[in-house]
Design a protein around this ligand. Structure first.
Ligand code: S3P
Ligand code: PEP
Length: 431
């Protein structure tokens, strides 16, 4: 079968890698650069399929974007400078591109259409279209505006004070970006739990005033963005795979260099500590508005824990690999308040439970998460699939490092979405 990868146990993992640039920050750097005045240079940009979808969409709106060996240069067109695209904007597999771009498109003076892949077509968009409509946007989509394909007719927008039912940085960011297009009105977004704050930090780097408190962020409309240079730190969501690998593969020691440790993203570090992992965080000096560290992880004996509430948005994309971590701990791990997992690239409760069960894990789905009984002997000897979901693919590849028998991984190319050189790094570390 095409795209089937045979993966086998390793005796240990050792050495150091620098994971690629952060996906959330790379998307935002291109988008904000495109609507800024002047030239933005982005270094350590993630050349993953999702961020390249963002580049392609903004090129279709007349933005010159040059890519040379990890350095991306964006010739900003200003808040009013995007051009009506003559083609459909294809977001591929990227929810972040879809939702943040809607916030930008809602306040333009033109018409645009968004389409994505099969997975995007299942992901809920009304969480963004509803608040944008309250701001005066005209957006339509399949099933009454809920799903792609979407059509957006740019309009004048008004500010809102919006209480979001979900903790989602994509929702928050879309509303704040639309808020920049109002006529000096205030736009406030409040969330049930604070989500990642890359938009707030980066807008400030582009000279925009953003107010923030514990669960809210707000902007006043009409502020122009001034181009700036952005260094993208390593993606902690990519580092998470090797953090877990280092903890569960016997006799391992891995140093991950230049990883972004924004506190709204470091739930995986909290969980590793709660479970008793041997982990050292070594902060690194840098000029960025995002903190960076080297992280050293060693094989550890682990104990089960409970992961819920405020912690969930800080590790939402890491839950598949945390489930694998939990299979090797003493006792049960309970993950709850995580029903957002159902609306990611796949239903990640079902795909994690289904695929880990195939290789011998003791794991049960719940309504809003999962329960994993630890100290499982992962037998392997199965054909598993990423289901087209990059994070499921990487989690299964890390699982194969400890399965007794090899596994066959279907659809491993999905991993290119966020970590194109994942298997190179895995082989560099494998002993
Ligand atoms: O804003 C972002 O860059 C992201 C926010 C999260 O999604 P939600 O906002 O839907 O929680 C996360 O899962 C996604 O990978 C990236
Ligand atoms: C959910 C993810 O991304 P997006 O929402 O951008 O598709 C992810 O990367 O795990």
């Amino acid at each position: 079968m095409a795209d089937l990868k045979k993966l086998s146990k390793v005796s240990s993992l050792a050495g150091s890698v620098e994971v690629p640039g952060d996906k959330s920050i790379s998307h935002r750097a291109v988008m904000f650069g495109a609507i800024a005045d002047g030239k933005t240079e982005i270094s350590n940009f993630l050349m993953g399929a999702d961020c390249l979808s963002t580049v392609s969409c903004f090129r279709k709106m007349g933005v010159a974007i040059d890519i040379q060996e990890g350095l991306v240069t964006v010739e900003g067109k200003g808040l009013d400078g995007l051009e009506e695209p003559s083609e459909i904007l294809d977001v591929g597999n990227s929810g972040t591109t879809t939702r943040l771009m809607m916030g930008i498109l809602a306040g333009t003076d033109f018409h645009s259409c968004i389409i994505g892949d099969e997975s995007i077509a299942k992901r809920p968009m009304s969480r963004v279209t509803n608040p944008l409509k309250l701001m005066g946007a005209t957006i339509d989509g399949r099933e009454n505006g809920q799903y792609t394909p979407l059509a957006i007719r740019g309009n004048n927008l008004n500010g809102i004070n919006y209480e979001s039912p979900v903790a989602s940085a994509q929702v928050k960011s879309a509303i704040l970006l639309a808020g920049l297009r109002t006529n000096q009105e205030e736009t406030i977004v409040t969330e049930p739990h604070k989500s990642r704050d890359h938009t707030e930090r980066m807008l400030r780097a582009f000279g925009v005033k953003v107010k923030e408190d514990e669960r809210s962020a707000s902007v006043i409309g009409g502020q122009n963005l001034k181009a700036t240079n952005i260094f993208v730190p390593g993606d902690i969501s990519s580092a998470a795979f090797f953090l877990v690998a280092g903890a569960i593969v016997p006799n391992s020691e891995i140093l991950l260099r230049n990883v972004g440790i924004n506190p709204t993203r470091t739930g995986i570090l909290d969980v590793l500590k709660m479970m008793g992992a041997s982990i050292e965080i070594i902060p690194q000096e840098n000029q960025s508005f995002e903190p960076i560290a080297d992280i050293l992880i060693k094989s550890s004996s682990l104990k089960g824990t409970t992961i819920s509430g405020d912690l969930i948005p800080k590790l939402i994309d890491e839950i598949p690999v945390i489930a694998l971590l939990a299979t090797q701990a003493e006792g049960d791990t309970i993950i709850k308040d995580a029903s957002e997992l159902k609306v990611k690239e796949t239903n990640r409760i079902d795909t994690v439970v289904g695929e880990l069960t195939k290789i011998g894990a003791n794991i049960k789905a719940t309504d809003d998460g999962m329960v994993i009984t630890g100290k499982s002997n992962l037998l392997g000897n199965a054909t598993v699939s990423s289901h087209g979901d990059h994070r499921i693919g990487m989690m299964l590849a890390i699982a194969s490092c400890i399965t007794e028998q090899p596994i066959n991984l279907q659809d491993a190319t999905a991993i290119d979405v966020s970590y194109p050189n994942f298997f190179d790094h895995l082989s560099v570390l494998s002993k």
